[in-house]
Design a protein around this ligand. Structure first.
Ligand code: SDX
Length: 432
Protein backbone atom coordinates (compact mmCIF):
# COMPACT_ATOMS: atom_id res chain seq x y z
CA UNK A 1 0.00 0.00 0.00
CA UNK A 2 1.73 3.22 -1.08
CA UNK A 3 2.34 5.84 1.60
CA UNK A 4 -0.28 8.53 1.83
CA UNK A 5 2.14 11.08 3.23
CA UNK A 6 5.31 12.63 1.86
CA UNK A 7 8.13 13.61 4.19
CA UNK A 8 9.94 16.91 3.81
CA UNK A 9 12.98 17.62 5.95
CA UNK A 10 14.14 21.24 6.31
CA UNK A 11 16.84 22.29 8.78
CA UNK A 12 16.63 18.87 10.45
CA UNK A 13 12.89 19.16 10.99
CA UNK A 14 10.77 16.58 9.14
CA UNK A 15 7.29 17.53 8.04
CA UNK A 16 4.56 15.13 6.89
CA UNK A 17 2.72 16.32 3.80
CA UNK A 18 -0.50 14.52 2.80
CA UNK A 19 -0.61 12.79 -0.58
CA UNK A 20 -3.86 13.27 -2.50
CA UNK A 21 -4.90 10.58 -4.99
CA UNK A 22 -6.95 11.26 -8.11
CA UNK A 23 -9.77 8.92 -9.14
CA UNK A 24 -7.55 8.05 -12.14
CA UNK A 25 -4.78 6.83 -9.82
CA UNK A 26 -2.44 9.80 -10.11
CA UNK A 27 -0.93 11.07 -6.87
CA UNK A 28 0.04 14.57 -5.78
CA UNK A 29 1.64 16.16 -2.75
CA UNK A 30 -0.92 18.38 -1.05
CA UNK A 31 0.97 21.58 -0.09
CA UNK A 32 -2.09 23.61 0.93
CA UNK A 33 -0.74 23.69 4.50
CA UNK A 34 2.95 24.08 3.61
CA UNK A 35 3.39 27.76 4.50
CA UNK A 36 1.47 27.41 7.75
CA UNK A 37 3.40 24.28 8.74
CA UNK A 38 6.90 25.14 7.51
CA UNK A 39 7.03 28.89 6.79
CA UNK A 40 8.11 27.97 3.24
CA UNK A 41 6.40 28.54 -0.09
CA UNK A 42 7.35 26.71 -3.29
CA UNK A 43 8.70 28.18 -6.53
CA UNK A 44 7.35 26.76 -9.81
CA UNK A 45 7.56 29.23 -12.70
CA UNK A 46 5.02 28.34 -15.40
CA UNK A 47 3.31 26.00 -12.95
CA UNK A 48 5.07 23.04 -14.61
CA UNK A 49 4.71 20.94 -11.45
CA UNK A 50 1.74 22.53 -9.71
CA UNK A 51 -1.91 21.50 -9.64
CA UNK A 52 -4.20 24.50 -9.15
CA UNK A 53 -7.39 22.68 -8.14
CA UNK A 54 -9.35 19.47 -7.90
CA UNK A 55 -11.53 19.03 -11.00
CA UNK A 56 -14.04 16.49 -12.32
CA UNK A 57 -14.40 17.86 -15.83
CA UNK A 58 -11.53 16.59 -18.01
CA UNK A 59 -8.82 13.97 -17.56
CA UNK A 60 -5.56 13.98 -19.51
CA UNK A 61 -2.82 11.39 -19.47
CA UNK A 62 0.11 13.05 -21.22
CA UNK A 63 2.27 9.92 -21.31
CA UNK A 64 -0.43 7.71 -22.83
CA UNK A 65 -2.14 10.39 -24.94
CA UNK A 66 -5.50 9.97 -23.24
CA UNK A 67 -8.17 12.70 -23.17
CA UNK A 68 -11.58 12.19 -21.54
CA UNK A 69 -14.46 14.61 -20.89
CA UNK A 70 -16.41 13.58 -17.76
CA UNK A 71 -15.04 10.03 -18.25
CA UNK A 72 -15.93 9.63 -21.94
CA UNK A 73 -13.02 9.10 -24.34
CA UNK A 74 -12.57 11.97 -26.78
CA UNK A 75 -12.54 9.66 -29.85
CA UNK A 76 -15.98 8.25 -28.94
CA UNK A 77 -17.47 11.69 -28.33
CA UNK A 78 -16.01 13.06 -31.59
CA UNK A 79 -17.41 10.09 -33.50
CA UNK A 80 -20.86 9.75 -31.90
CA UNK A 81 -21.95 13.16 -30.58
CA UNK A 82 -22.74 16.68 -31.70
CA UNK A 83 -20.92 19.65 -30.24
CA UNK A 84 -24.12 20.73 -28.44
CA UNK A 85 -24.34 17.33 -26.72
CA UNK A 86 -20.70 17.56 -25.61
CA UNK A 87 -21.23 21.12 -24.37
CA UNK A 88 -24.17 19.83 -22.31
CA UNK A 89 -21.96 17.00 -20.97
CA UNK A 90 -19.17 19.37 -19.92
CA UNK A 91 -21.63 21.76 -18.24
CA UNK A 92 -23.82 19.24 -16.42
CA UNK A 93 -21.60 16.15 -16.09
CA UNK A 94 -24.06 14.02 -18.07
CA UNK A 95 -24.90 13.54 -21.75
CA UNK A 96 -28.42 14.88 -22.46
CA UNK A 97 -31.38 12.59 -23.07
CA UNK A 98 -33.62 13.34 -26.05
CA UNK A 99 -35.84 15.90 -24.30
CA UNK A 100 -32.90 17.60 -22.58
CA UNK A 101 -31.09 17.86 -25.90
CA UNK A 102 -34.15 19.28 -27.66
CA UNK A 103 -34.59 21.88 -24.90
CA UNK A 104 -30.90 22.86 -25.08
CA UNK A 105 -31.06 23.11 -28.88
CA UNK A 106 -34.19 25.26 -28.50
CA UNK A 107 -32.34 27.54 -26.07
CA UNK A 108 -29.43 27.85 -28.51
CA UNK A 109 -31.85 28.88 -31.23
CA UNK A 110 -33.78 31.22 -28.93
CA UNK A 111 -30.62 33.05 -27.81
CA UNK A 112 -28.83 33.15 -31.18
CA UNK A 113 -29.55 36.83 -31.91
CA UNK A 114 -27.50 39.65 -30.41
CA UNK A 115 -29.01 42.97 -29.31
CA UNK A 116 -29.35 45.19 -32.37
CA UNK A 117 -27.42 47.94 -30.56
CA UNK A 118 -24.45 45.58 -30.33
CA UNK A 119 -24.36 45.38 -34.10
CA UNK A 120 -23.39 49.07 -34.26
CA UNK A 121 -20.20 48.17 -32.38
CA UNK A 122 -18.95 46.41 -35.50
CA UNK A 123 -19.13 49.72 -37.42
CA UNK A 124 -16.62 51.27 -35.02
CA UNK A 125 -13.92 48.64 -34.97
CA UNK A 126 -11.08 49.48 -37.40
CA UNK A 127 -11.67 47.77 -40.78
CA UNK A 128 -8.99 45.18 -40.23
CA UNK A 129 -9.62 44.68 -36.52
CA UNK A 130 -8.49 41.25 -35.32
CA UNK A 131 -11.49 38.92 -34.90
CA UNK A 132 -10.10 37.79 -31.53
CA UNK A 133 -10.08 41.34 -30.14
CA UNK A 134 -13.64 41.81 -31.45
CA UNK A 135 -14.71 38.53 -29.84
CA UNK A 136 -13.12 39.39 -26.50
CA UNK A 137 -14.66 42.90 -26.48
CA UNK A 138 -18.12 41.78 -27.55
CA UNK A 139 -18.28 38.91 -25.05
CA UNK A 140 -17.30 41.31 -22.28
CA UNK A 141 -20.06 43.68 -23.43
CA UNK A 142 -22.70 40.93 -23.25
CA UNK A 143 -22.54 41.63 -19.52
CA UNK A 144 -24.10 45.06 -20.14
CA UNK A 145 -26.76 43.95 -22.58
CA UNK A 146 -27.70 40.76 -20.76
CA UNK A 147 -27.11 41.33 -17.06
CA UNK A 148 -26.28 37.95 -15.65
CA UNK A 149 -29.06 36.96 -13.35
CA UNK A 150 -28.51 36.61 -9.61
CA UNK A 151 -26.90 33.43 -8.56
CA UNK A 152 -30.02 32.24 -6.77
CA UNK A 153 -31.92 32.42 -10.10
CA UNK A 154 -28.94 31.41 -12.15
CA UNK A 155 -26.93 28.97 -10.05
CA UNK A 156 -23.41 28.03 -10.91
CA UNK A 157 -24.38 24.62 -12.14
CA UNK A 158 -25.28 23.33 -15.54
CA UNK A 159 -27.29 24.89 -18.31
CA UNK A 160 -28.63 28.31 -17.45
CA UNK A 161 -29.93 31.22 -19.49
CA UNK A 162 -26.59 32.90 -18.99
CA UNK A 163 -24.57 29.96 -20.29
CA UNK A 164 -26.91 29.20 -23.22
CA UNK A 165 -26.85 32.87 -24.23
CA UNK A 166 -23.04 32.92 -24.23
CA UNK A 167 -22.63 29.71 -26.23
CA UNK A 168 -25.12 30.86 -28.86
CA UNK A 169 -24.30 34.55 -29.09
CA UNK A 170 -20.53 34.02 -29.32
CA UNK A 171 -21.17 32.01 -32.50
CA UNK A 172 -23.25 34.89 -33.93
CA UNK A 173 -20.65 37.49 -32.93
CA UNK A 174 -17.93 35.44 -34.67
CA UNK A 175 -19.92 35.13 -37.91
CA UNK A 176 -21.01 38.79 -37.85
CA UNK A 177 -17.38 39.91 -37.36
CA UNK A 178 -16.45 37.95 -40.50
CA UNK A 179 -19.29 39.47 -42.54
CA UNK A 180 -18.36 42.98 -41.38
CA UNK A 181 -14.71 42.29 -42.22
CA UNK A 182 -15.78 41.20 -45.72
CA UNK A 183 -18.12 44.15 -46.14
CA UNK A 184 -21.00 41.76 -46.71
CA UNK A 185 -24.51 42.11 -45.29
CA UNK A 186 -25.01 40.26 -42.02
CA UNK A 187 -26.75 36.89 -42.27
CA UNK A 188 -28.97 36.21 -39.30
CA UNK A 189 -29.19 32.78 -37.65
CA UNK A 190 -31.88 30.40 -38.82
CA UNK A 191 -34.25 28.62 -36.46
CA UNK A 192 -34.34 25.28 -38.24
CA UNK A 193 -30.74 24.07 -38.32
CA UNK A 194 -28.19 22.98 -35.73
CA UNK A 195 -25.38 24.89 -34.03
CA UNK A 196 -22.59 24.18 -36.53
CA UNK A 197 -24.78 24.38 -39.63
CA UNK A 198 -26.07 27.75 -38.44
CA UNK A 199 -22.53 29.04 -38.01
CA UNK A 200 -21.57 28.06 -41.56
CA UNK A 201 -24.88 29.53 -42.80
CA UNK A 202 -24.21 32.87 -41.06
CA UNK A 203 -20.65 32.89 -42.35
CA UNK A 204 -21.15 32.01 -45.98
CA UNK A 205 -24.75 32.58 -47.06
CA UNK A 206 -25.33 35.64 -49.26
CA UNK A 207 -28.53 37.24 -50.55
CA UNK A 208 -27.24 36.85 -54.12
CA UNK A 209 -25.51 33.51 -53.66
CA UNK A 210 -27.29 31.13 -51.26
CA UNK A 211 -24.89 28.86 -49.34
CA UNK A 212 -25.63 25.19 -49.62
CA UNK A 213 -24.83 23.36 -46.42
CA UNK A 214 -22.37 20.50 -46.99
CA UNK A 215 -22.99 17.73 -44.42
CA UNK A 216 -19.31 16.70 -44.57
CA UNK A 217 -18.25 20.20 -43.48
CA UNK A 218 -20.98 20.40 -40.83
CA UNK A 219 -19.83 17.06 -39.42
CA UNK A 220 -16.17 18.13 -39.55
CA UNK A 221 -16.99 21.38 -37.70
CA UNK A 222 -18.83 19.43 -35.00
CA UNK A 223 -15.75 17.23 -34.59
CA UNK A 224 -13.37 20.21 -34.46
CA UNK A 225 -15.43 22.05 -31.84
CA UNK A 226 -15.74 18.88 -29.74
CA UNK A 227 -11.97 18.30 -29.91
CA UNK A 228 -11.36 21.86 -28.68
CA UNK A 229 -14.12 21.87 -26.04
CA UNK A 230 -11.91 21.44 -22.97
CA UNK A 231 -8.39 20.57 -21.94
CA UNK A 232 -8.19 20.84 -18.11
CA UNK A 233 -6.00 23.62 -16.70
CA UNK A 234 -4.48 25.07 -19.90
CA UNK A 235 -3.43 28.72 -19.96
CA UNK A 236 -6.79 30.20 -21.02
CA UNK A 237 -8.89 27.99 -18.73
CA UNK A 238 -6.61 28.82 -15.80
CA UNK A 239 -7.11 32.48 -16.73
CA UNK A 240 -10.89 32.11 -16.62
CA UNK A 241 -10.68 30.41 -13.22
CA UNK A 242 -8.24 32.98 -11.83
CA UNK A 243 -10.25 35.98 -13.04
CA UNK A 244 -13.49 34.35 -11.85
CA UNK A 245 -11.97 33.67 -8.42
CA UNK A 246 -11.99 37.43 -7.78
CA UNK A 247 -15.80 37.30 -7.96
CA UNK A 248 -15.94 38.34 -11.64
CA UNK A 249 -19.09 37.18 -13.41
CA UNK A 250 -19.10 34.76 -16.33
CA UNK A 251 -18.96 37.02 -19.41
CA UNK A 252 -15.99 39.19 -18.35
CA UNK A 253 -14.19 36.06 -17.08
CA UNK A 254 -14.62 34.42 -20.48
CA UNK A 255 -13.51 37.62 -22.21
CA UNK A 256 -10.20 37.28 -20.32
CA UNK A 257 -9.95 33.65 -21.44
CA UNK A 258 -10.36 34.70 -25.09
CA UNK A 259 -7.41 37.05 -24.71
CA UNK A 260 -5.24 34.36 -23.16
CA UNK A 261 -6.12 31.89 -25.93
CA UNK A 262 -4.99 34.41 -28.57
CA UNK A 263 -1.30 33.83 -27.77
CA UNK A 264 0.75 32.08 -30.50
CA UNK A 265 2.02 29.58 -27.92
CA UNK A 266 -1.60 28.65 -27.16
CA UNK A 267 -4.68 28.91 -29.36
CA UNK A 268 -3.01 31.35 -31.74
CA UNK A 269 -0.82 28.46 -32.91
CA UNK A 270 -3.40 27.18 -35.41
CA UNK A 271 -3.11 30.36 -37.45
CA UNK A 272 0.68 30.44 -36.95
CA UNK A 273 0.92 26.88 -38.33
CA UNK A 274 -0.65 27.97 -41.61
CA UNK A 275 1.78 30.87 -41.93
CA UNK A 276 4.67 28.48 -41.24
CA UNK A 277 3.45 25.96 -43.84
CA UNK A 278 2.90 28.74 -46.41
CA UNK A 279 6.42 30.04 -45.72
CA UNK A 280 7.96 26.59 -46.21
CA UNK A 281 5.98 26.12 -49.43
CA UNK A 282 7.00 29.56 -50.73
CA UNK A 283 10.59 28.78 -49.77
CA UNK A 284 10.74 25.87 -52.21
CA UNK A 285 9.79 23.33 -49.53
CA UNK A 286 13.17 23.78 -47.88
CA UNK A 287 12.12 21.70 -44.85
CA UNK A 288 15.66 21.23 -43.55
CA UNK A 289 16.10 25.01 -43.29
CA UNK A 290 13.14 25.36 -40.96
CA UNK A 291 13.85 22.21 -38.98
CA UNK A 292 17.44 23.35 -38.42
CA UNK A 293 16.24 26.81 -37.32
CA UNK A 294 13.84 25.18 -34.84
CA UNK A 295 16.67 23.07 -33.42
CA UNK A 296 18.99 26.07 -33.04
CA UNK A 297 18.48 27.35 -29.46
CA UNK A 298 19.70 30.80 -30.55
CA UNK A 299 17.21 31.21 -33.39
CA UNK A 300 14.18 31.73 -31.16
CA UNK A 301 12.27 29.90 -33.94
CA UNK A 302 9.94 26.99 -33.26
CA UNK A 303 7.97 24.64 -35.47
CA UNK A 304 4.56 25.81 -34.33
CA UNK A 305 1.94 23.08 -34.00
CA UNK A 306 4.49 20.74 -32.41
CA UNK A 307 5.05 20.06 -28.72
CA UNK A 308 2.82 20.23 -25.69
CA UNK A 309 3.17 20.92 -22.00
CA UNK A 310 1.29 17.76 -21.06
CA UNK A 311 1.32 15.37 -24.02
CA UNK A 312 4.66 13.61 -24.40
CA UNK A 313 3.17 11.50 -27.17
CA UNK A 314 0.85 12.15 -30.10
CA UNK A 315 -1.98 14.52 -29.10
CA UNK A 316 -5.09 12.30 -29.45
CA UNK A 317 -6.94 15.25 -30.93
CA UNK A 318 -4.34 15.66 -33.69
CA UNK A 319 -4.88 12.02 -34.67
CA UNK A 320 -8.60 12.63 -35.22
CA UNK A 321 -8.08 16.01 -36.91
CA UNK A 322 -5.50 14.55 -39.31
CA UNK A 323 -7.98 11.81 -40.31
CA UNK A 324 -10.77 14.39 -40.69
CA UNK A 325 -8.45 16.49 -42.86
CA UNK A 326 -8.17 13.71 -45.40
CA UNK A 327 -11.95 13.05 -45.28
CA UNK A 328 -12.83 16.70 -45.88
CA UNK A 329 -10.33 17.27 -48.68
CA UNK A 330 -11.16 13.98 -50.42
CA UNK A 331 -14.95 14.41 -50.31
CA UNK A 332 -14.76 18.09 -51.18
CA UNK A 333 -12.32 17.28 -53.98
CA UNK A 334 -9.95 19.94 -52.65
CA UNK A 335 -6.23 19.42 -52.97
CA UNK A 336 -4.43 21.74 -50.59
CA UNK A 337 -0.64 21.83 -51.10
CA UNK A 338 -0.28 22.78 -47.44
CA UNK A 339 -1.50 19.34 -46.40
CA UNK A 340 1.35 17.77 -48.35
CA UNK A 341 3.79 20.20 -46.68
CA UNK A 342 2.34 19.38 -43.24
CA UNK A 343 2.55 15.62 -43.79
CA UNK A 344 6.14 15.86 -45.03
CA UNK A 345 7.16 18.11 -42.14
CA UNK A 346 5.62 15.69 -39.64
CA UNK A 347 7.43 12.77 -41.29
CA UNK A 348 10.82 14.50 -41.13
CA UNK A 349 10.29 15.69 -37.54
CA UNK A 350 9.15 12.25 -36.38
CA UNK A 351 12.53 10.83 -37.50
CA UNK A 352 14.66 13.61 -36.02
CA UNK A 353 16.50 12.93 -32.76
CA UNK A 354 16.01 16.50 -31.48
CA UNK A 355 12.24 16.19 -31.60
CA UNK A 356 12.16 12.56 -30.52
CA UNK A 357 14.29 13.28 -27.43
CA UNK A 358 11.96 16.11 -26.44
CA UNK A 359 8.74 14.21 -27.17
CA UNK A 360 7.62 16.82 -29.68
CA UNK A 361 4.64 15.58 -31.68
CA UNK A 362 1.91 17.38 -33.62
CA UNK A 363 -0.62 18.98 -31.27
CA UNK A 364 -4.24 20.00 -31.77
CA UNK A 365 -3.22 23.05 -33.79
CA UNK A 366 -1.08 21.36 -36.44
CA UNK A 367 -3.71 20.11 -38.89
CA UNK A 368 -6.86 22.00 -37.83
CA UNK A 369 -6.19 25.04 -40.00
CA UNK A 370 -6.22 22.95 -43.16
CA UNK A 371 -9.80 21.94 -42.44
CA UNK A 372 -10.88 25.48 -41.57
CA UNK A 373 -9.30 26.63 -44.86
CA UNK A 374 -11.25 23.96 -46.77
CA UNK A 375 -14.43 25.34 -45.19
CA UNK A 376 -13.55 28.82 -46.47
CA UNK A 377 -12.75 30.24 -43.02
CA UNK A 378 -9.95 32.84 -43.20
CA UNK A 379 -6.74 32.30 -41.19
CA UNK A 380 -7.42 35.29 -38.93
CA UNK A 381 -10.58 33.50 -37.75
CA UNK A 382 -8.87 30.21 -36.86
CA UNK A 383 -8.30 31.11 -33.21
CA UNK A 384 -11.90 32.35 -33.00
CA UNK A 385 -12.91 28.80 -34.02
CA UNK A 386 -10.74 27.47 -31.21
CA UNK A 387 -12.50 29.86 -28.80
CA UNK A 388 -15.99 28.79 -29.95
CA UNK A 389 -14.97 25.19 -29.26
CA UNK A 390 -13.41 25.97 -25.87
CA UNK A 391 -16.39 27.97 -24.58
CA UNK A 392 -18.20 25.07 -22.84
CA UNK A 393 -14.97 24.03 -21.15
CA UNK A 394 -14.27 27.54 -19.93
CA UNK A 395 -17.84 27.90 -18.64
CA UNK A 396 -17.74 24.49 -16.91
CA UNK A 397 -14.50 25.39 -15.14
CA UNK A 398 -15.80 28.82 -14.09
CA UNK A 399 -18.87 27.09 -12.63
CA UNK A 400 -16.83 24.35 -10.94
CA UNK A 401 -14.46 26.91 -9.42
CA UNK A 402 -17.41 28.86 -8.00
CA UNK A 403 -19.10 25.76 -6.64
CA UNK A 404 -16.00 24.57 -4.79
CA UNK A 405 -15.26 26.43 -1.54
CA UNK A 406 -11.57 25.60 -1.73
CA UNK A 407 -10.89 26.70 -5.31
CA UNK A 408 -13.24 29.69 -5.20
CA UNK A 409 -10.81 31.46 -2.83
CA UNK A 410 -9.23 34.32 -4.77
CA UNK A 411 -6.25 32.99 -6.72
CA UNK A 412 -3.13 34.78 -5.56
CA UNK A 413 0.22 33.05 -6.21
CA UNK A 414 3.26 34.08 -4.14
CA UNK A 415 6.81 34.85 -5.38
CA UNK A 416 10.45 34.63 -4.38
CA UNK A 417 11.75 38.20 -4.27
CA UNK A 418 15.23 38.63 -5.76
CA UNK A 419 15.36 42.42 -6.01
CA UNK A 420 17.16 45.09 -3.94
CA UNK A 421 16.13 44.81 -0.30
CA UNK A 422 17.10 48.13 1.19
CA UNK A 423 18.47 51.45 -0.08
CA UNK A 424 18.40 54.98 1.39
CA UNK A 425 16.53 57.64 -0.62
CA UNK A 426 18.94 60.13 -2.27
CA UNK A 427 17.86 63.27 -4.15
CA UNK A 428 18.88 62.79 -7.81
CA UNK A 429 16.73 65.44 -9.57
CA UNK A 430 16.47 69.19 -9.12
CA UNK A 431 13.02 69.38 -7.61
CA UNK A 432 12.67 73.11 -7.22
C1 SDX B 1 -2.35 24.51 -27.21
O1 SDX B 1 -2.05 23.43 -22.37
C2 SDX B 1 -2.88 23.01 -23.24
O2 SDX B 1 -3.59 22.03 -23.02
C3 SDX B 1 -2.92 23.81 -24.54
C4 SDX B 1 -3.83 23.26 -25.62
C5 SDX B 1 -5.30 23.31 -25.22
O3 SDX B 1 -6.10 22.50 -25.75
O4 SDX B 1 -5.67 24.22 -24.44
O5 SDX B 1 -3.48 21.91 -25.92
C6 SDX B 1 -3.74 24.08 -26.91
O6 SDX B 1 -1.97 25.57 -26.79
C7 SDX B 1 -1.43 23.58 -27.96
C8 SDX B 1 0.02 24.15 -28.11
C9 SDX B 1 0.03 25.15 -29.27
N1 SDX B 1 1.34 25.84 -29.30
C10 SDX B 1 2.27 25.56 -30.26
O7 SDX B 1 2.13 24.69 -31.12
C11 SDX B 1 3.51 26.45 -30.19
C12 SDX B 1 4.79 25.58 -30.41
N2 SDX B 1 4.99 24.72 -29.23
C13 SDX B 1 5.73 25.24 -28.16
O8 SDX B 1 6.19 26.51 -28.11
C14 SDX B 1 5.77 24.40 -26.89
O9 SDX B 1 5.91 23.10 -27.26
C15 SDX B 1 4.61 24.59 -25.95
C16 SDX B 1 4.38 26.03 -25.64
C17 SDX B 1 3.36 24.00 -26.52
C18 SDX B 1 4.93 23.84 -24.67
O10 SDX B 1 6.01 24.50 -24.10
P1 SDX B 1 6.72 23.95 -22.76
O11 SDX B 1 5.95 22.84 -22.16
O12 SDX B 1 7.00 25.15 -21.91
O13 SDX B 1 8.03 23.31 -23.29
P2 SDX B 1 9.38 24.08 -23.51
O14 SDX B 1 9.12 25.39 -24.21
O15 SDX B 1 10.13 24.12 -22.22
O16 SDX B 1 10.15 23.11 -24.54
C19 SDX B 1 10.88 21.98 -24.06
C20 SDX B 1 12.00 21.79 -25.09
C21 SDX B 1 12.84 23.05 -25.32
O17 SDX B 1 14.11 22.63 -25.78
P3 SDX B 1 15.34 22.55 -24.69
O18 SDX B 1 15.37 23.87 -23.98
O19 SDX B 1 14.98 21.38 -23.78
O20 SDX B 1 16.55 22.30 -25.54
O21 SDX B 1 11.42 21.47 -26.37
C22 SDX B 1 11.74 22.51 -27.29
C23 SDX B 1 12.16 23.72 -26.48
O22 SDX B 1 13.05 24.53 -27.23
N3 SDX B 1 10.51 22.77 -28.04
C24 SDX B 1 10.46 23.00 -29.35
C25 SDX B 1 9.09 23.14 -29.65
N4 SDX B 1 8.37 23.01 -28.54
C26 SDX B 1 9.24 22.78 -27.54
N5 SDX B 1 11.43 23.08 -30.28
C27 SDX B 1 11.03 23.34 -31.54
N6 SDX B 1 9.73 23.47 -31.93
C28 SDX B 1 8.74 23.39 -31.00
N7 SDX B 1 7.48 23.53 -31.36
Amino acid sequence: MPNNTAQLTIDNITYQLPIVESTAGERAIDIRGLLRETGFITLDSGFMNTGSCLSQITFLDGEKGILKYRGYDIAVLAEKCSFVEVAYLLLTGELPNQSELEQFQHDMTRYSLIHEDMIHFFDHFPPKAAPMSILSSMIGTLHDFYPEMDLDQDPYGGITTTTARLLSKARTIAAFSYKKNMGHPLVYPRGDIGYCANFLHMMFDRPNLPYELNPVLVSALNKLLILHADHEQNCSTSTVRLVGSAGVRLYPSISAGVSALWGPLHGGANAAVMKMLERILADGKDYEKYISMAKDPNSGYRLTGFGHRVYKTYDPRATIIKKTCHEVLNTSKISDPLLEVALKLEELVSNDEYFIERNLYPNVDFYSGIIYRAMGIPTNMFTVMFALGRLPGWIAHWQEMNQDKDSSRIGRPRQVYNGIVERPFKEIVDRY
